[in-house]
Ligand binder design. Structure first.
Ligand code: ATP
Ligand code: MG
Length: 295
């Protein structure tokens, strides 16, 4: 986490030198969140407001003080913006514009202002695990988003509870700050060497990543499976140990989830779509198939 900067004029958690108005247009109102890489503000788009826009508020992300000093800072933020922009999906956060305040030398991008609860907050609220009626739409929505992201040639790079928010109309996967492009044309866009910024969240990192393997659809599926398992269990599961079927999870879903949770990538023989299908329907063919294999 970036240390909060006590400063008289800046909102709490803000970068010390942050002006209150960016690019003559975005009025920063308050800090929404401070992560390991950036600070996200709620801002009013004064231009849209001038035209009578009834919802002129946006979320605005800048890099944290530590990263903002680096030579490629603007490129790093642009990479996050551009990859996210290509991923139009109902369960992926929508980004609007990338800009630079040339006077302050601050690069930023704007995105939809989400209002809701992140899954790590939900985990704190549900220490006994999430009831299946609540878990199921989260599982299917998140796997739907992940399948789309992968089909577009992008790996999110940091699937974890604090990067998923429950909003009024479902959920949003956000924070593509560690995302990597795997297919053209996006590989041409993301000019950064993504491995420079490899930073795993240990609780959700597939074991092979810690041994130097590259990020892959399989490592992302592992992280997602850990997240779903934690939600079903109501807490953070110990890695490496034997995982028991969570009480909240219907038995028919467990064989597929267990395959996705395999520490050995050779045993993780399930795709995002197959896990989604197993989580989705009562008597899915996929669910039965994994159940039969598990016997
Ligand atoms: N579009 C948004 N609308 C509302 N709040 C947001 C939005 N985007 C981010 N936030 C808030 O800001 C926090 C930090 O955002 P984000 O995860 O993008 O930053 P980060 O520095 O990349 O995080 P990390 O620590 O995961 O690397 C989030 O946890 C969330 O609370
Ligand atoms: Mg984050």
């Amino acid at each position: 986490m970036i240390a909060k900067q006590p400063q008289s004029s800046a909102p709490p958690g803000a970068r010390a030198s942050m002006p209150k108005l960016l690019a003559g247009r975005y009025r920063l109102e308050r800090v929404l969140g401070v992560g390991g890489m950036g600070t996200v503000y709620r801002a009013r788009d004064l231009l849209h407001e001038e035209f009578g826009e009834p919802r002129p508020r946006v979320a605005l992300k800048v890099l944290g003080e530590n990263l903002a000093q680096s030579q490629d800072a603007h490129l790093l933020l642009y990479s996050e913006f551009s990859l996210t922009r290509y991923l139009r999906h109902e369960h992926v956060v929508r980004v609007f514009a990338f800009d630079v305040d040339t006077v302050a030398g601050v690069a930023f991008f704007t995105m939809e202002l989400m209002s809701g609860m992140t899954l790590d907050q939900l985990l704190l609220d549900c220490p006994r695990g999430l009831p299946w009626q609540q878990l199921r739409p989260i599982a299917t929505g998140l796997l739907d988003a992940l399948g789309h992201v992968h089909r577009q040639g992008v790996l999110h790079g940091d699937v974890k509870p604090s990067n998923v928010m429950l909003v009024d109309d479902g959920l949003r996967l956000f924070d593509f700050g560690l995302a990597q492009a795997t297919a053209a044309p996006l590989t041409e866009l993301a000019a950064l060497n993504p491995r420079r910024f490899s930073a795993w969240t240990p609780a959700y990192a597939a074991p092979e990543l810690l041994d130097g393997a590259l990020l892959s659809a399989s490592t992302e599926l592992y992280a997602t499976a850990c997240l779903l398992y934690d939600l079903a269990l109501g807490g953070r599961s110990a890695q490496g140990g034997r995982r028991e079927p969570p009480r909240q999870l219907p038995r028919r879903c467990w064989p597929a989830l267990r395959v996705a949770l395999s520490s050995n990538p050779q045993h993780r023989t399930i795709t995002t779509d197959e896990l989604q299908a197993a989580m989705q329907c009562e008597h899915s063919v996929v669910g039965r198939w994994f159940a039969a294999r598990a016997r």
